[in-house]
Design a protein around this ligand. Structure first.
Ligand code: T3D
Length: 264
């Protein structure tokens, strides 16, 4: 792995693998890593060759949130405007991830703390090594859950667990996270990358347009009443029904063979 890149980016078989790469800081975010991660998701949005994203971390951690070395008050100067850092760095990346109409798989290879935990939870399918932990570390330093955490936690877990995790900063094991429905699956450490890679590869070989529309629908559901959602399903199905991948799926079924989706 190239140690000079804050996010290592590798496209293979339609999967764009983005590896957070500051292992000596448990992949905590500094400005170059923020910009590189955002650039990775922009590429995923703009490059038709990208049909799925796999996000993971280098070394023993997934991501420890903001680099607190960059926030040391003893360095002097005015206190940073953290609202501005969210607006400049975290929020655009979270919006890109949510709006990306391609699946994002997250392989949480180790501890995920603060914004690192919430970046993981913002992915579409999250697998975590059994040794990984999720920590809403913000309460320990007087901050609030950001990177979409307050929104995602409340929706995924409901208020009782979301509040308890955010107010106590208690670590949650991968197995508990899976049991609570916070993530898709806890996987033995030595099997994590193979399983996450195979999942991302299978999604990248899928009907990209239909998968993207499916992501849009599921995300819209919580904010819609049934009538609105039925209308949205109608519109998305109309679009999916005009895709070459739908035609291929039906022909492959009738011919009793595996479909070869092209992502359009
Ligand atoms: O500022 C803004 O822009 C607003 C946005 C804020 C978003 C946020 O994410 S705020 C929350 C920031 N994150 C944290 O508060 C977590 C801090 N880290 C920890 O609590 C622990 O490191 C962990 C629980 C994540 C892991 O613990 P452990 O015991 O496995 O590892 P460790 O020994 O604490 O860390 C290993 C090294 O990584 C260590 O460096 P060293 O001593 O080997 O030179 C440690 O200082 C460094 N490290 C870990 N987290 C951070 C970090 N360095 C800078 N920033 C970090 N967040």
């Amino acid at each position: 792995m190239d140690r000079s890149e804050p996010v290592v980016s590798d496209l293979s078989g339609g999967v764009l693998r983005l590896t957070l790469n500051r292992p000596e800081r448990l992949n905590a975010f500094n400005e170059p890593m923020h910009l590189a991660l955002r650039a990775g998701f922009e590429r995923a949005r703009d490059d038709a060759a990208v049909r799925a994203v796999l996000l993971t971390g280098a070394g023993r951690g997934f991501c420890a949130g903001q680099d607190l070395g960059d926030r040391d008050p003893r360095k002097g100067g005015p206190a940073p405007d953290l609202g501005q850092t969210l607006e400049r760095f975290y929020n655009p990346t979270l919006r890109l991830m949510r709006g990306l109409e391609k699946p994002i798989v997250c392989a949480v290879n180790g501890v995920a703390a603060g914004a690192g935990a919430n970046i993981a939870l913002a992915c579409d399918i999250v697998l975590a090594a059994t040794s990984a932990r999720f920590i809403q570390a913000f309460a320990k330093i007087g901050l609030i859950p950001d990177a979409g955490g307050s929104w995602n936690l409340a929706r995924i877990l409901g208020e009782p667990r979301a509040k308890a995790l955010a107010l106590t900063a208690e670590p949650v094991s991968a197995e508990t996270a899976a049991g609570w429905g916070m993530i898709w699956r806890a996987v033995p450490d030595d099997a994590l990358m193979a399983e996450a890679g195979a999942l991302a590869a299978a999604l990248a070989a899928g009907p990209t347009l239909g998968l993207g529309l499916t992501k849009r629908l599921i995300q819209a559901a919580a904010g819609n009443d049934l009538d609105t959602q039925l209308d949205l399903e109608r519109d998305c199905q109309r679009q999916a029904g005009q895709s070459a991948d739908y035609a291929e799926g039906v022909i492959a079924f009738l011919d009793k063979r595996k479909p070869e989706f092209r992502g359009r």
